[in-house]
Structures are given as C-alpha cells and as structure tokens.
Design a protein around this ligand. Structure first.
Ligand code: PLP
Length: 407
C-alpha cells in the first residue's frame, strides 16, 4: 500500500496548536508557510485508524466506557513485537496524556521538599513537573560532545547522592537532542539510582521513532530488578499522530507502585480517558504497522534532507545525528545573536522553530526543528534558513569591516 505524506494540509482552520502559535508570531503575514514547532505531524493518520474512528463516530452513543481486554492486548502485543518487552496487560494504566501522568507520578512518589533529577536540555514538562509542585530540581545536564550528546554519569552520581533525591525522569529517545540511549548507558543510570533507591521514570513516548541502526530499549526490559523499580510512559500519540485524542499508557510492573498511582489518579477526579483516543490507540497498535513502516521511511528521508542541507549549505550551524524522534537540534551560537535577535532573524524568514531556551538554560542558542511534515514544506523552510543565515553572515562581515580600526 502506498501512503501519501506529501500533500500539504495547512491546519490553521482547525486551531492546531502549532498553527495557532504561528499566527501570533508571523511577522510578514505569509499564511502559506508551515511551522516547525510543536511535536506533532502534518500527516493524516493511517486509513485503519480513520476507519475505526468513523465506525465509533457513526455508532453515535458516546457515554462512559471501559477499555476492553482487546485494548490492553493491543498495547501489550506492540511492546512485545517491537521491543521484546513482555509487559503483562495488568501492568498497563491508561492515562489521558503523558504530561498529566508525569505531574501525577511526581505527586504520588515524592513529597514536597524531595528532589527530582532531570537531564536538560529536555522537554520542559519533565522539569516543570517537579518545579511547579514544590519539589527541588537536581539538574544533571547532558554533555555536548563533538559528535553527540552523552550523559554525565559522574555528575549523576553526585546528584543521586543528594539525600533529597527520590526520582529520576529519563527521556528516551531524548527530546530535543535525538539520542536513543544505549543499553550500557541505561545500565549505568540504573546502577547509580539503585544504590540510592531512586525511582526511575522513563518517558518513552518517542520510542517507535528510531532510525536504523539504532534501536530502542524499554528500560523495564533490561533486567528483572529494573522492571520492578521503574515506570514506563508510552503512547501512540507521536507515532500515529493522535495527540489531540488524549490517550496514553503507563506500564507499572510493581503492583504496590501501580496501586498507589491508581489511587492517587482517582483522587484527582480522573476516572477514564477519551473514548475516541482508546479506539484510535487500539486500531493503531493492531492494524497500523504498514502505515507506520511507511512513515518511518518517509521521516528517514526528511532526516537525510535535513542533515545534507545543513552540512552542505549551512555548515556554520552545527547539528547532531538524529538517532530517534523527528526533531532536529540546531546550534545557532556561531551567529552570535541574542535570543531576541535570533527570534527576529527567524521571524523575518517566516521560520517558526522552538527556541532552545525552553528546554532549560543548556538549550540557550539552539533551535529545535520539527521534521515531520511534507518534504516540500521542509525543503522550503531549509532554503529560507540557508538564505537568512548567508545574509546574516554577509552582514556580520560587513559590520566587522566597518568597525573603526579594521584593516
Ligand atoms: C518527551 C515527551 N513527553 C511527553 C510529551 C507530551 O505527551 P502528552 O501529549 O501525552 O502529554 C512530549 C511531546 O512532545 C514529549 O516530547
């Protein structure tokens, strides 16, 4: 089956978040440009999901519901097939979305005054879940290496030894730097956390979006001991473009932890998620394989286009190999612009990325670009970036020449 990822569907009309932000930000009012910000995709979902949703909509009774065993089986089987992780159906806790779950996990398993460890630059809710709930934040910044980012394990030892440390929230694959953590790296994290009895929460929402030869390791699948001492966050929302249907799944193998989490969630008044989200999730995991494989191939093409364009036309801006996620991480520091100047420059070229600063101070001077859109729109954005950077380079040379004392 051939799927269409090339048609341009501007989503302004339906209030899609990234188009909504774009409307506010566009300087020149060019309504045809695609935004590169919020992490969802500008592709229609798999036909099998559309069919399942049509069927559910046509039934036209939308009362309270309960996910049926087939739902849990679909989630379980996906984990088994993709990652060899033998998740039991009873470990799965359906939640409205991962950000809600992260906040709730912090509330359930830490107390005010405790500390949570995070590894910035990282998706902001991972640190906001601690900061906004009177928990301390212990920052274990990633190391920006020559080729790639790595974890600072020596610093993690120090942070984990802080008597307030109770939880580490891992992002794997890592948004925004695109790393897919190796088994050996995950084992190192586990060894450090085990010594200090720190609970590991692994946000694996981007797990399915990993490019060869890299492969995703479900943290809980690494070792029996880890299975019992970690919580995995997963969802079909990134993979199958379903974020607006608010449905996600935690996998909590430890029964005591699971019961505590479920009791705490009930206390927030949540007693179910979205019917359509449930239908879409089940259809995606049961029938979406062929669309998903086609998506991965298309994203791999966009990723190659991004890497080639950046290397050949804009080598002064450093990028990093994208092992997983559909997000690129661009180092703009060579342009020596302030955050405001950078924003103005990009806006002038109708480029709407996500400013690196939102991922923590470690992201200052960077931009995150979303590559999950029709190639033509990506190409056009990259062309505009190349032009504006060249212009800026020219301006800087000119400015230097004009400075007094310049030979
Ligand atoms: C690492 C990570 N976790 C969670 C989310 C959001 O998940 P949800 O929409 O289920 O709250 C995102 C979205 O970009 C993400 O990148």
């Amino acid at each position: 089956m051939v799927y269409d990822f090339d048609t341009l569907y501007p989503r302004r009309r339906i209030g899609a978040s990234k188009w909504h932000h774009l409307t506010e930000a566009l300087s020149q009012g060019n309504k045809d440009v695609f935004p590169f910000s919020v992490a969802d995709m500008d592709f229609k979902v798999a036909p099998e999901i559309q069919e399942a949703l049509h069927e559910a909509a046509d039934f036209a009774i939308y009362g309270y519901y309960h996910p049926q065993p087939a739902y849990y089986e679909a989630v379980r089987a996906w984990q088994q097939r993709r990652y060899g992780f033998s998740c039991r159906p009873e470990w799965i806790v359906q939640v409205p979305n991962i950000v809600y779950a992260l906040y709730q996990l912090v509330r359930t398993f830490t107390a005010p005054g405790d500390a949570v460890i995070v590894q910035p630059p990282v998706y902001p809710p991972l640190f906001q879940a601690a900061e906004q709930q009177q928990r301390h934040l212990l920052v274990n910044p990633l190391i920006e290496g020559k080729q790639q980012y790595t974890m600072d394990l020596a610093d993690l030892e120090v942070k984990a030894a802080d008597p307030r440390a109770r939880m580490l929230i891992l992002c794997n694959p890592h948004n925004p730097v695109g790393r897919v953590w190796l088994e050996s790296e995950l084992l190192d994290v586990w060894r450090i956390c085990r010594k200090r009895d720190i609970l590991l929460v692994s946000d694996e929402i981007h797990a399915d979006l990993v490019f060869q030869p890299h492969h995703h390791t479900v943290l809980a699948a690494l070792d029996q001991k880890i299975t019992d001492r970690c919580i995995i966050c997963t969802a079909p929302s990134k993979t199958f473009n379903l974020a607006g249907l608010t449905n996600a799944n935690l996998m909590i193998p430890n029964e005591n932890l699971r019961r505590r989490y479920q009791a705490a969630m009930r206390k927030t008044g949540i007693h179910g998620t979205n019917y359509f989200g449930t239908v879409a999730c089940q259809a995606a995991y049961e029938k979406g394989e062929s669309w998903y494989q086609a998506l991965l191939a298309y994203l791999a093409g966009n990723r190659a286009l991004f890497a080639e364009t950046m290397q050949q036309r804009i080598p002064q801006l450093r990028t990093f190999p994208i092992e997983g996620t559909y997000l690129g991480w661009i180092d703009m520091r060579a342009l020596t612009l302030s955050g405001q100047e950078r924003l103005a420059l990009l806006q002038a070229a109708d480029l709407h990325f996500t400013a690196g600063e939102v991922f923590g101070r470690e992201g200052a001077g960077f931009e995150r670009i979303n590559l999950a859109l029709p190639r033509q729109a990506l190409q056009s954005g990259l062309d505009r970036l190349a032009e504006v950077v060249l212009d800026t380079g020219g301006l800087y040379q000119q400015e230097k020449k004009n400075r007094p004392g310049h030979a």
